[in-house]
Design a protein around this ligand. Structure first.
Ligand code: PMP
Length: 409
């Protein structure tokens, strides 16, 4: 399907929230990297679960318990296929990327970490891919080391590789930067990491809505993603890990659902992935996430990417023609995330004025302080696009930006 055949109006009709007004104007939702809107099929799957099937998972033999377990497990199947995982039981269901990364930090990295060891990240990471590593590193006198990036916002691969010393116990990189939109060359990094015997974790939070993900082709060890950016409910996500890693990992959270036998003289644990899924999960949320993945698959990730790239080109051309506007992040082949600065206008002031025009963009540090420090700015304005956005919305946004910056001049 070519970009001109993409029936965006039909797609928008699937997203009830997109029809609302904000401050009396039709909403333009350009904050998709923060969280994405949900199609009706996702909302209905959550609703259907609570109306018809609500029960707990994996413990009841009654019909509702079986339906709840099937709904929950269906998300594992969808996720495994979505990332081309070799096996469904390599997918641990989590509350999101943050929980997935913390699980790897405490269960995989911490037991291996010695004083003086390092965890290698990049300058462009989200705090969720920095702070968990710092917390475990501090416990043993290890440290988190950033690989540098260029002014254009690209990882300097040779510098990353140069830091893969025997001290490095894990490398962790974003597949796609939430601020810059940069798509990191994960397959290349994974190959280098393998050569140096360093496991690689990929934070796929911002890749999942835009790119086809194939963990086998990427060759990484861990892949984390979050459901709410993938048009699913909040409080859902996953960690995929190679089976050997999961089997070697001790539990992180203890409780119900993750044990084999509990005894006061020694408890034994379930096999992965259930070993890492203590307590009652967000069952309705995972029913919704399964529906979201079906929705994305039905559209087709290539079709989505073609439309988004056309939107990105349009937005960059229109914004680039504005005097005094500076892009932050200009890597070729980037995802549809546009960070920028306008003259001396503060990003928060611009975002507030744009909100009065019905336009939702994000301003701030985007949970990436070290990246802001690199660029020497406290904040950027960020427009992040999804497949339901339109060329007309971009025109409205650019026109509104021209007006509101005039108000601040
Ligand atoms: N990593 C990246 C690159 C992100 O953009 C985000 C969300 N902004 C996260 C991690 C954290 O995701 P969550 O809050 O859903 O766990």
């Amino acid at each position: 399907m070519s970009e001109s055949d993409f029936d965006v109006e039909r797609i928008r009709a699937d997203f009830p929230l997109l029809a609302r007004q904000v401050h009396g104007k039709p909403l333009v939702y350009f904050d998709n990297a923060n969280t994405a809107q949900k199609p009706a099929c996702v909302i209905e799957a959550v609703d259907r679960f609570y109306r018809n099937s609500n029960a707990n998972v994996a413990r009841a033999v009654h019909t509702l318990g079986e339906e709840a377990t099937a709904a929950y497990e269906s998300a594992r199947d969808r996720l495994a296929r979505f990332i081309n995982a070799p096996a469904r039981d390599e997918v641990v269901l989590t509350s999101g990327t943050t929980q997935a990364i913390n699980l790897v930090a405490y269960s995989h990295v911490l037991p291996r970490l010695q004083p003086g060891d390092e965890i290698l990240v990049t300058r462009m990471e989200h705090h969720a891919n920095i702070v968990p590593w710092q917390l475990v590193a501090e416990r043993v006198g290890a440290k988190v080391v950033p690989a540098p990036i260029t002014q254009a916002g690209e990882l300097i691969v040779e510098e990353f590789v140069a830091r893969l010393s025997p001290r490095v116990k894990l490398a962790a990189v974003a597949h796609v930067s939430n601020v810059l939109g940069t798509v990191n060359p994960v397959a290349v990094l994974a190959r280098e990491c393998r050569r140096h015997g360093v496991p690689l974790l990929v934070d796929g939070s911002q890749a999942a809505p835009h790119l086809a993900i194939d963990v086998r082709a990427l060759g990484c060890d861990f892949y984390a993603l979050t459901g709410h950016k993938l048009f699913g409910p909040t409080g859902t996500g996953m960690l995929w890990a190679k089976r050997a890693h999961l089997e070697a990992m001790p539990p992180f959270f203890g409780g119900g659902e993750m044990i084999r036998e509990v005894r006061f003289d020694g408890t034994t644990f379930a096999d992965p992935p259930h070993r890492f899924e203590a307590g009652t999960p967000n069952i309705a949320g995972f029913a919704g996430l399964a529906a979201a993945i079906d929705y994305v698959n039905a559209l087709g990730i290539e079709t989505i990417a073609a439309h988004e790239q056309a939107l990105l080109a349009h937005a960059r051309a229109a914004l680039g023609a504005m005097p005094g506007l500076r892009f932050v992040g200009e890597a070729p082949g980037k995802a549809p995330v546009i960070s920028f600065l306008v003259d001396s206008a503060h990003a928060h002031d611009l975002a507030t004025l744009l909100d009065h025009e019905g336009i939702a963009v994000r301003s701030g540090h985007h949970c990436a302080h070290p990246l802001m420090q690199f660029y020497g700015v406290p904040a950027t304005l960020r427009a992040s696009l999804a497949f339901y956005n339109t060329h007309a919305e971009i025109d409205r946004f650019v026109a509104a930006l021209g007006r509101v910056r005039g108000l601040l001049a």
